[in-house]
Design a binder for this molecule. Structure first.
Ligand code: CMC
Length: 370
């Protein structure tokens, strides 16, 4: 029996989901039915997290209770800090974060409570604690002490305060919040599918999230936002973009931040993130960065007609905010934890073990001599 093999599961529909809808024909993305652009313009990341998990936007009372739950769990357990401290600075921040999340799971006595309530509670815990892990790691790499969480601040303002020791301007907080909303969810991408595969074995939520962090690290997926900044550094300035790109394409390099498995005519999230990037470019007075961004994009369109994806504007945005380049993909985790866990809960609600088939193409049956 020879079935058609779709490498990379390209074009294969593997299950239903009610969490989000990606429509490449209209370049649109809906979270629980709402266009992501509308959510980014009108909601906070906390409201979007609530929507992804509960299916509806919160009422004022529901939001207040949700915010209280998130704000009260932001501090890191001393054991998590100790283990992060033990890790060398040569460790990639994604490996530090993957380890820290794993420790939170191992410390949770109810790790095995996979009821909807139990998993929702774990999801809120991770949402609250991941920023502290990322901020702690960023600061220790700069020889700086931990900044304690501030329960008077919203998710994004607190995240930036814990990382940089002060709350930046509203422009920066808003741009960061928009990036969190845009990164929150994107249907059956590689890391979400990974989380669903692990969940389908009835392993716990923490195991699924740790596996998803591993999948997100790669440069073909979440690691691309970091890789985009390395490309910008390599090119240096707008006037060098054309020659750099021609060389890179001639040596068959994949240009990070461009292309997408599902969108072939532009990533629905890019215009919103580009607008946020523009506000940051103005705030930090960096027309040179905009010129480089535009030059590479225009040359890529002229040479290959391949459009940028979300990582293209978010990389330079996080750079302008002051994050080290290696920290960009952990920021993606801080947002995508919402989508991953929404999918974990959805998978469990109508679970079937995910176990596809393969077509064997190794040696014919043979036997040991003698
Ligand atoms: N640079 C150069 N050529 C490209 C690129 C790129 N970024 N993306 C696609 N192509 C070419 C590719 O070489 C191939 O050409 P040919 O048919 O001549 O061999 C054609 O376009 C189809 O590409 P593909 O790799 O078969 O398409 P895919 O659906 O398997 O890949 C992708 C999607 C995202 C892996 C790919 O576009 C890529 O490697 N992009 C760079 C990494 C990146 O930015 N990833 C972030 C993805 S979106 C957000 C996220 O997950 O973080």
């Amino acid at each position: 029996m020879t079935e058609e093999i779709r490498k990379g599961l390209a074009g294969v529909v593997v299950d239903y989901t009610a969490v989000s809808k990606v429509n490449p024909d209209t370049n649109s993305l809906l979270y629980r039915g709402y266009p992501v652009q509308e959510l980014a313009a009108n909601c906070t990341f906390e409201q979007v997290a609530y929507l992804l998990w509960n299916g509806e936007l919160p009422t004022d009372a529901e939001l207040a209770a949700f915010e209280q739950a998130e704000r009260s769990q932001r501090a890191l357990d001393p054991a998590v800090k100790r283990i992060i401290d033990e890790l060398p600075l040569t460790a990639h921040p994604m490996d530090v974060l993957r380890t820290a999340v794993s420790v939170v799971g191992a410390l949770d006595p109810s790790w095995n409570d996979s009821s909807p309530e139990g998993n929702l509670a774990k999801s809120v815990t991770l949402l609250a604690k991941i920023p502290a892990m990322v901020a702690y790691d960023q600061r220790r790499r700069r020889g700086q002490d931990l900044v304690e969480p501030d329960a008077s601040l919203g998710f994004s303002a607190n995240f930036l305060n814990m990382t940089f020791g002060s709350v930046p301007s509203d422009v920066v907080v808003d741009a960061f919040d928009v990036s969190m909303i845009l990164y929150a969810e994107h249907s059956f991408n590689a890391s979400t599918f990974t989380a669903r595969v692990v969940t389908s074995t009835l392993a716990d939520l923490y195991s699924a999230v740790v596996a998803a962090i591993g999948a997100l690290k790669g440069p073909l997926h979440g690691g691309a936002n970091e890789a985009v900044m390395h490309v910008f550094d390599e090119i240096g300035s707008a006037d060098r973009a054309e020659a750099w790109l021609d060389d890179a394409l001639a040596s068959k390099r994949k240009i990070m931040g461009f292309g997408h498995r599902v969108y072939k005519n532009g990533d629905s999230r890019v215009p919103t993130m580009k607008t946020a990037l523009d506000t940051l470019i103005e705030e930090y007075d960096r027309p040179d960065l905009l010129a480089l961004y535009t030059a590479l994009d225009e040359t890529m369109q002229a040479r290959k007609n391949i459009k940028p994806n979300l990582d293209y504007p978010s990389g330079p945005a996080y750079h302008l905010m002051g994050f080290d380049t290696e920290m960009f993909t952990p920021l993606f985790v801080a947002a995508r934890i919402t989508g991953w866990t929404a999918h974990i809960m959805e998978q469990l609600a109508s679970n079937a073990l995910i176990r596809p088939l393969s077509e064997y193409n190794g040696p014919e049956e043979r036997h040991l001599a003698g």
